[in-house]
Design a protein around this ligand. Sequence first.
Ligand SMILES: [Zn+2]
Length: 297
Amino acid sequence: MTFDAPLGYASYMPEGSYPFQVGSICCTVLSDGYYSFPTPWVFPNADPDELAWALDKRRLPQESVLSPYTCLLIETGRHVVLVDTGGGGSLPTTGALVARLEVAGIRPRDVDTVVLTHAHPDHIGGTLNSTGRPAFPNARYVLSELEWDFWTTGRAELRDLRLPKDVKGTMEFTARRCLGALRFQVEPIDGEGEIVPGVRAIPAPGHTPGHLAILLSSEGQNLLNVGDAAVHPLHLEHPAWENGFDLSGGIAIATRRELVERAASEKMHLMAFHFPFPSVGRVSKLPGGGWEWSPGW
Ligand SMILES: [Zn+2]
């Protein structure tokens, strides 16, 4: 019996993985899972009628927003870098990252650099394994110094977040637990800088004080991973719509505009952790303001 491999079989990846190249850099987006949030948490200041219409137009539910968790694997030839680690075992619908990495041929010990865009539970929950030890034992864990200080020095001030108290409590608890366990492998960085050749950290504050965007550049191609500077394509179409998870709405909106404007004008691909899988795409300016999202590489 013969097996006719479909076209492209050699590049087959498990469901929830999507490989692409940025110049000579091999990238794979990996789904860690998803979570469903009440709509007002994601769009706290949107006009209710306008929001209802926008969701209806996309045949999306009104009450909740399904939010994918998508991590980025970067293989430069010399380095194996992971951007964000997903929610780990914190939720029944998250924690697929390590299995997806292994099917893609990457064992946890192969990862030499973990970049954390910020220290919210959906991005750092996967930094520890089920025994509470670093899940990627040989990696340095890179995050901004501001972020490290915010969560580890004194009490993190989360008063301005428009979220229930227990959600804020989980944020603080998870950050302290994960960052505490990573203290011997953590490498806080100050400002913009190169993480490994071809991969740069760019300060992108607002969502959290030390939130980072990650820019990949190789052979004239670029991918700008904006982390949580936008968490839904509607945040691009309506740039004034805030995200309830942003610590400072005003700064977050200015950061988002700056990043997306740059991606649009320099014709970069964009990635956003919570956008519909595969969470990479392009942006183009809309005539009335804002940007349209076109998914895919
Ligand atoms: Zn997030």
